[in-house]
Design a protein around this ligand. Structure first.
Ligand code: DAH
Length: 339
């Protein structure tokens, strides 16, 4: 009986210094497990008299139950302490002001695109949207690019197995708009486009464009030039010189390439403009009558201009970025430099 008492007090004493769940498991197997002293005593009882056995059995059971209850109590204390310690560590003061160097910012493409949206909305343009997964009609056919037309080779296309395709240009949004809205209207459509191209520092298989379209009565090339020059002046926040060269795009007639007098060398020639003094900025022109007809708009009454500009090139010129693939790389070290 004395031995039982001392086993009990030793076990309770040992329990006091237990501070973690693994230690607690260890304690349980030492003091209540098959090889514990308590079990040893119980096993040794076979030589005792029946009365002693009864008495000791009852005492051993009491101790076993008591130690079990003490173990459970300790387990609860330890779990609670662990939860409290974690809460203490994870506590945050949500009323603290944010440190400035941890603040996020917009991707440069988004920033440029919003800037262009602002400029055009002030001139009465609506911001238009269209799907990235397009059909042949909106991306090609309605834009006066029938099947087998050589212009289809100008833009390598990602086709889906169901006949859909990833839009190769934002010009598809022109068609979606003209199908829905009656003229006069004016809108711009910034967005992502896809081409099945070999990628290198200047070409990626996904990039961003801004499309613009204005349909009204008596619109001329001079009107188009005015709008585009105003936009560029506001984008670059200084006066700019532009020139129009003939360019072929099936959906406009006449079609043009618009060049910007190089902003870096002001026309003297530098690596950025490949030493010609001008840099190609966008395609534009007067909307082709066939495109209007495809959207049930009478070309005898209505006409207008459209343009499509690559956004990546613009941002690359502004920040002197040497590789187009940085834009969608997801590498934060790239975007963080362009705050
Ligand atoms: N969609 C043409 C391209 O991606 C760009 C373009 C040229 C758009 C002339 C136009 C335009 O609206 O009039 O290469």
């Amino acid at each position: 009986m004395n031995e039982l008492k001392s086993i009990e007090s030793q076990a309770l004493q040992a329990l006091e210094s237990v501070t973690s769940i693994p230690e607690l498991d260890q304690w349980k197997s030492t003091h209540l497990g098959k090889k514990s002293s308590l079990m040893g005593v119980l096993k040794g009882m076979k030589d005792a008299t029946p009365e002693m056995r009864k008495e000791m059995g009852a005492e051993a059971n009491r101790i076993k139950k008591g130690l079990g209850a003490s173990w459970e109590k300790r387990r609860q204390e330890i779990s609670e302490a662990e939860v409290n310690a974690r809460l203490e560590k994870e506590w945050l003061d949500i009323t603290l002001p944010l440190s400035h160097d941890e603040q996020g910012h917009l991707h440069p493409i988004t920033r440029y695109s919003r800037k262009i949206e602002d400029i055009f909305t002030k001139m009465g343009f609506k911001v238009l949207e269209g799907p990235l997964v397009e059909d042949d009609w909106h991306n090609f056919e309605a834009l006066n690019i029938p099947p087998e037309h050589p212009a289809r080779d100008m833009q390598d296309t990602f086709f889906m197995t169901n006949g859909s395709l990833l839009r190769t240009h934002t010009s598809s949004v022109q068609i979606r708009t003209m199908e829905k809205i009656q003229p006069p209207f004016r809108g711009i459509a910034p967005g992502r486009v896809f081409r099945n191209e070999e990628v290198d520092a200047c070409h990626d298989n996904t990039f961003y464009q801004v499309e613009g379209i204005l349909i009204d009565k008596d619109i001329s090339v001079a009107n188009m030039k005015y709008f585009l020059r105003t936009m560029l002046r506001e984008i670059f926040e200084k006066d700019v010189e532009v020139r129009l060269r003939h360019g072929y795009f099936p959906f406009v007639e006449p079609g043009f390439e618009l060049d910007l007098r190089c902003l870096l060398c002001e026309g003297k020639g530098c690596p950025a403009c490949k030493h010609v003094g001008w840099s190609e900025l966008m395609g534009c022109g007067m909307v082709h009558p066939k495109v209007l007809e495809a959207c049930n708009i009478d070309p005898e009454v209505w006409g207008g201009f459209a343009f499509g500009m690559g956004l990546n090139r613009l941002v690359m010129n502004h920040y002197d970025i040497d590789n187009i693939r940085h834009f969608v790389s997801g590498d934060l070290r790239f975007v963080q430099q362009l705050n």
